[in-house]
Design a protein around this ligand. Structure first.
Ligand code: ADP
Ligand code: MG
Length: 597
């Protein structure tokens, strides 16, 4: 666009009233804006085309985060030479022919827009051959202008090359995020399709590096392992439910495996990845009280239904859908997830008839399992004791607690301490997290920009990470180095940890590295200091003494003392309370010594 269109805009602004039809080139660029927002959208459209063409293998090559090159090669049906020029025209599709067809869409594409859009904002070329033809065909489109159709030798299938994306739309280029972000978007996009189509062999290379590879043998759990690592894949619970002509399958995480955001909650409707807040809510609700506030499960759920039950034509990029019967979908997802969770949940420790009042009865109610509400013996499960609310004198988080005297430890998880104003229960894990966090920050200040001291491991630890996580980690290597970690890239997705921060000596290095990347927020570019504090908070959480460890009396005392000299002793770095105060006043009321019972 650029130069030759500027006069038109100028003229429009000046006359105000005049309306004119846009030059077709400009019109296509505007339309392209809806479909081709960023490099990952190009990958999405090309991969969908390959899948629609029945490809068994799809090889994707990306250079410079897709700005320089996106190439998708498939072994699908190919495009007959004489139809090739049509394929790159707007509203040209082989997938629907009438409005009626739109109701029964079984292909991923149907709008006939993608190739035309891509061709108007990049240098596009297609090489393709169908089975029945001895010869292939080649066609180039640049800035919306089609070149000559040329005969070439080519294997059956299609090779699409997209070079210099947005070369003629500088405004778009400016809006692209960092290469890291764009690369990650591509990784996660291909990931989704690989999950949805386990029978297709996917290979993704970014800048010469193998980012993702699946075998195409149909085993979804194997795809999961390729994507999220063997550990995570092994832990995921299987979901399987059939209801009339709605089939729900896939995987969800057990309650112990969570993330700090909803990004790993993936839904596929008839194998199309979609975002649907209502289905996400159904899933999260199914976990009910089993998750801690602010934690979310991982899930990949595949809903298959007759095409009439869902309208996929509500969004230009088809990222959202509309169901005929939303509440039925909601209920079905919730039921399927609950059933899977119940089936895999360890035997409850307490019967509902026990002396403990069991709260949170919602779990397992509402469907066939109304019997009793099991209390899930898991740290994320809520306490069966009613929380000591009614504390009008709750102090502000910043105020230091009074000097406390250690009484002891209960349940290998809490310190009990006494203050002038009552009893304090201190969560040993949260408290230790706070202590380590402040120490590390203090040390960081003290060394003034120099790296924190590290402790070399006797034997370096190897950590394997899925592509997206590996990238996230690589980006953070310099920062990790400054925190006392010594981590090296060992191979694709493999890292070697040679040293960990001396302050955290003894912690398991592999786990530390994993938590560093597990929820790395991708789209924000917060201040470096913030990233740092977050990383520190995360490793400290990992390093902190866990609930369930019995502490020797001097360890208990040391922890309590350390906590009391913290600047913010009342919360852990993630904002959860480190201590609960049971005031004398409260105790007296509870025991009926004072006031009404
Ligand atoms: P849509 O996918 O919505 O039909 P596109 O612009 O993406 O629109 O593609 C236009 C047409 O080009 C498709 O309908 C299909 O016939 C053909 N086509 C595109 N990519 C491929 C491919 N990889 N293999 C076979 N045919 C393809
Ligand atoms: Mg398409």
């Amino acid at each position: 666009m650029g130069r030759q269109n500027r006069p038109i805009l100028f003229w429009l602004y000046n006359t105000g009233m005049s309306i004119r039809i846009l030059a077709s080139e400009v019109a296509s660029q505007i339309a392209a804006g809806e479909v081709v927002e960023r490099p990952a959208s190009v990958v999405k459209e090309l991969v969908e085309n390959a899948l629609d063409a029945g490809a068994q293998r799809i090889n994707i090559t990306v250079e410079e985060a897709g700005r320089r090159l996106i190439e998708v090669a498939d072994d699908g049906s190919g495009i007959p030479a004489k139809e090739l020029p049509l394929a790159v025209e707007r509203h040209a599709t082989s997938k629907v022919s009438s409005a009626e067809d739109l109701i029964h869409i079984t292909t991923l594409g149907f709008r006939g827009e993608a190739l035309a859009s891509i061709g108007s904002v990049a240098r596009l070329s297609l090489t393709t051959r169908v089975q029945d033809s001895a010869e292939g065909a080649h066609l180039r489109v640049e800035g919306g202008r089609m070149g000559e159709l040329q005969p070439v030798g080519a294997p059956v299938g299609t090779l699409v090359r997209v070079e210099e994306l947005f070369y003629n739309v500088p405004a778009r280029l400016k809006f692209l995020k960092s290469d890291t972000t764009e690369r990650r978007q591509i990784d996660s996009l291909v990931t989704r399709y690989a999950l949805a189509f386990p029978r297709v062999r996917f290979q993704l290379r970014q800048d010469g590096r193998l980012s993702l590879q699946t075998s195409g043998d149909g085993d979804r759990r194997a795809v999961l392992a390729a994507l999220y690592g063997v550990d995570t894949a092994r832990q995921m619970l299987e979901v399987l439910a059939e209801d009339d002509n709605l089939h729900i399958g896939g995987f969800i995480s057990p309650v112990a495996l969570t993330r700090s955001n909803r990004r790993e909650i993936l839904f596929f409707i008839n194998r199309r990845p979609v975002q649907d807040p209502s289905l996400t809510a159904a899933l999260v609700q199914a976990y009910h009280t089993m998750l801690m506030v602010g934690r979310y499960p991982l899930a990949m759920l595949f809903l298959d239904m007759p095409p009439e039950a869902v309208d996929v034509n509500v969004h230009p990029t088809k990222a959202e859908v509309r169901f005929r019967d939303t509440s039925r979908m909601f209920a079905a997802v919730q039921r399927a997830v609950r059933r899977a969770l119940l089936a895999h949940t360890p035997v409850p420790e307490w019967k509902a008839t026990s002396a403990f009042p069991v709260t949170g009865e919602g779990f397992g109610s509402g469907d066939e399992t109304t019997r009793s509400a099991p209390t899930i013996p898991h740290p994320a499960a809520p306490s069966p004791y009613p929380p000591p609310t009614m504390q009008p004198s709750q102090p502000l988080p910043g105020t230091p607690p009074p000097i406390l005297r250690l009484v002891g430890q209960v349940a290998s998880a809490y310190l009990v301490a006494e203050g002038p104003d009552g009893l304090y229960l201190i969560d040993q894990h949260a408290a230790h997290e706070r202590v380590l966090f402040e120490r590390m920050l203090a040390q960081r200040e003290a060394v003034q920009g120099k790296p924190l001291p590290g402790q070399t491991l006797l034997e370096p630890a190897t950590v394997e990470l899925p592509p997206a996580a590996a990238r996230a980690l690589e980006d953070q290597l310099p920062l990790l180095g400054s925190l006392g970690f010594q981590v090296e890239v060992f191979g694709p997705g493999t890292f070697l940890v040679r040293a960990i921060p001396a302050l955290l000596a003894g912690m398991d290095a592999t786990g530390a590295l994993r938590v560093l990347v597990e929820d790395f927020e991708e789209d924000e570019t917060p201040l470096q200091a913030e990233v740092e504090a977050r990383l520190i908070a995360r490793v400290c959480k990992r390093a902190a003494v866990k609930a369930g460890r019995t502490l020797a009396p001097d360890e208990q005392r040391a922890l309590l003392d350390d906590l009391q000299v913290c600047r913010s002793p009342r919360t852990c770095p993630h904002g959860r309370p480190t201590m609960i105060h049971l005031s004398v006043d409260l105790l007296e009321r509870q025991f009926g010594r004072r006031g009404a019972r």
